[in-house]
Design a binder for this molecule. Structure first.
Ligand code: PMP
Length: 392
């Protein structure tokens, strides 16, 4: 089993050696689409005209000017945000940590949809929570099995209060949970008194613009929603938000303040200024166009190199950043990832997305930030590694 426990930010480094490496490892956005001149003028204006505010500590609230921008984003997936239910974060990674610290207690079990973003399981573990893989069937999270598993865990003395999911264009599989299934999961959560943590960085990045109604829209009282500007604007601004039911707001806001004291007024100002000038549609469309094209190039290359009948299987995603390969015979993908690294292409093996090695047969390929002309070559190198017998 692949047992590396280094933090997720270090994973790409694990594989990158020399300048000729093609990285399909890091989940980075394609910042070529950003209007850099406009952003730089806005930042300069913020400092020139309001520097003493923009560079000062600020209150632990989503800035007033940014609330409509957040509400607009959430409304695109039928969600709801207003000044009363929002808590600012430095991105969903902080949101995950704040949720774990504020809503869990050390020793609690947290149910996690797997394969899962490693930063989420790391945040939960660091807060003392015990991640437990939530059961799935062919349609994703399985509400009936959830009922049985929670009952069994509680009967064995475990405290279970939280269910974590990244339900739309999931990292790492690219899969999306359909709305009827979301409704069933929420019914189970209400019965079981589970809060659902909805982590949604990729929901607006459907290649054809299709969106899926948020869990938060279906039951705002049962859901703690984590939003981020990292994938629809830029991760370097380190800005996001939590939308939470009123009764949880105080605890979450208190922990958020302990973690970061205050959000960045400069970053919030830049986001609000961009929204006021340009809205979101243009930028999101440009991101979608980039990812649709890159994903098609990668999937076409995989079709050509690996074929449909070989040991490695995958589905074309409809959005997001990732393609997920699985070994038909459930072979450990770790040695294949090392073989790929030796051939100059980096991918992340499925052990990183597992709680207990249960997805070690997977490989995550990220298409969002690979130069177009390197995609075919990268998949060529990967295919060479995947079709040889690994030595370890
Ligand atoms: N959740 C998921 C599912 C992610 O993929 C990521 C980043 N890759 C994050 C949270 C954290 O993102 P950020 O802190 O930049 O908002």
């Amino acid at each position: 089993m692949w047992t590396d426990t280094r933090p997720p930010a270090e994973m790409p480094k694990l594989f990158e050696r020399g300048t000729d490496v093609i990285s399909l490892a890091g989940g980075l956005p394609d910042l070529d689409v950003l209007p850099l001149a406009e952003i730089s003028a806005q930042l300069a204006g913020l400092v020139r005209l309001g520097g003493k505010l923009a560079l000062q500590y600020t209150t632990p609230h989503v800035a007033k000017a940014l609330v409509p921008a957040v509400a607009d984003l959430m409304a695109r997936e039928d969600g709801h945000a207003d000044a009363g239910n929002l808590i600012p974060t430095s991105g969903s990674q902080m949101g995950l940590t704040a949720v774990a610290l504020a809503l869990g207690s050390p020793g609690d079990t947290i149910l996690v949809q797997t394969p899962a973003y490693p930063g989420a399981t790391a945040a939960f573990r660091t807060a003392g929570l015990l991640p437990h893989a939530a059961a799935e069937d062919a349609d994703g999270l399985d509400p009936q099995q959830l009922r049985r598993d929670v009952a069994a865990l509680r009967a064995a003395g475990h405290t279970v209060r939280l269910l974590y999911t990244n339900p739309t264009f999931q990292n790492p599989t690219g899969a999306t949970l359909a709305v009827p299934r979301r409704t069933e999961i929420l019914a189970a959560c209400r019965e079981l008194d589970l809060l659902l943590v909805e982590d949604n960085p990729y929901g607006l990045l459907g290649f054809d613009g299709t969106t899926t109604t948020l869990f938060q829209a279906l039951d705002p009282q049962q859901v703690v929603y984590l939003g981020t500007f990292s994938k629809i604007f830029a991760p370097g601004l380190r800005s996001g938000w939590i939308a939470a039911p009123e009764h949880l707001r105080y605890d979450l806001a208190r922990v958020a303040e302990i973690i970061s004291l205050s959000p960045s007024a400069l970053a919030q100002g830049a986001l609000a200024a961009h929204y006021a000038r340009s809205g979101w549609t243009d930028l999101i469309d440009r991101y979608r166009d980039s990812y649709r094209e890159r994903c098609a190039l990668m999937a076409d290359a995989l079709d050509a190199e690996l074929g449909a009948d070989g040991p490695w299987q995958w589905q074309r995603p409809d959005g997001g950043f990732y393609l997920w390969l699985r070994h038909r015979d459930r072979a450990d993908a770790g040695p294949y990832a090392l073989a790929a690294a030796a051939r100059g292409v980096s991918v992340v093996p499925g052990g990183h997305f597992s709680i207990d090695g249960e997805h070690a047969d997977g490989l995550r390929l990220c298409f969002s930030n690979v130069p177009r002309k390197k995609i075919t070559e990268g998949i060529g190198r990967l295919a060479a590694a995947l079709t040889e017998t690994p030595s370890a």
